[in-house]
Design a protein around this ligand. Sequence first.
Ligand code: MN
Length: 246
Amino acid sequence: MPLEEYKRKRKFDETPEPAGKVEKKSTHRFVVQKHDATRLHYDFRLEMEGVLKSWAVPKGPSLDPGDKRLAMQVEDHPVSYFDFEGNIPEGNYGAGTVMVWDVGTWQPLSPVAVQGKYNPGTDAEAVTMLAKGDLKFRLKGTKLSGDFALIKMKGRRPGSKGTEWLLIKKHDDYAQEGYDIDGYDESVLTHRSLADIAGDAGSREWRSRPAAGRGKLKAAWLADAIARLDKKKAAAAGGKKKSKVK
Ligand code: MN
């Protein structure tokens, strides 16, 4: 059952994470969440087959084709996880702070290069590439853009769980030698740092972009995601105020 493992690991009466369900349609979005859990890592997720296919990347994605980033495949997440940013309480799975580090759209690439270039592929090709452990795709995000591959490692090492993949940037106009992910500690949705989010247990002011700036957002779904976050935040603030009046 899809999302079974996701649901089994979480207590939805304690964590602010969404319970979610498998969606009928997928709209080819991707999200990278910076997650300060037991160990800091980045979660790379592709919207596919009604869920978010997910990998935990300890060092985070890189735009340098020379970096081969270990990516541990983890349980599928619900699509509603897409804009989750906040704090998972102590004692819960993945306890710690989550930031929406990057969002955008992705496109499958055809598995075979033509004269060194990869052309757009089909969803069916993406499903096959994922099953074969060699998924090529193109990202169009705020921080990450260009062609990438996720390649499954053969379980050679003893103790290997068979969940190890490598996330690799292809050579193209978006490649950046010496890319340093630590220079980008800002939420693409709320412009907060990880420390800002960690200190924001409902008491701090919501520092998001002014509404005027949002009209300029090209992607309607991104504007929607930000509006939903604002709504949740306003509801939480409202609830707090009310509880004080007793
Ligand atoms: Mn994580």
